[in-house]
Design a protein around this ligand. Sequence first.
Ligand code: ZN
Length: 194
Amino acid sequence: MPLTDNETMEIFLKTGALLQGHFLLTSGRHSNQYFQCAKVLQYMNYTELICNKIADYFKNYEIDTVIAPAIGGIVVGQEVARQLGKKSIFAEREDKNLTLRRGFSIQPGEKVLVCEDVVTTGGSVFEVIDIVRENGGEVVGVGMIVDRSNGNVLFGVPQVSALKLDVVSYSPNECPLCKENIPVVKPGSRKISK
Ligand code: ZN
């Protein structure tokens, strides 16, 4: 049985993938949450459980290959492919564009599932979808660990996330946490690392 949303959330909190507090995001905005997917993917048992939601969703689809954008998606694609018993490849950046290297290829008619860790704008996933189609492959669907698009990113194929985690952010002068004089921390600084 795939995890429930509450069970998934519990694992994110327990592993420090999801931090709660008062954070300065790279955008310059403030948030009460910070999410770092790699923190949960450190642990194989949790990776297996969380990726199972994606594998379970696509278990009855015809799939030849799982593809992921490097770097974040690789672990997810690999584990989903393992559970489905399929091949796993990834696309990586060369100059600015994602591309297939290392002898990876997609054949015409190949049925491909795209996997990613976190989707915010969906940029990397859209790029991978283009690569699959340019090679004549068929995109069967998209699986992601966390959908942070606030429901705004649709790939036009079946898609599933282990969890939807809407991004809540504030401009610094409207931030309710600043108004409460809670110190703001930059994620990755020592203060919040365990
Ligand atoms: Zn603030």
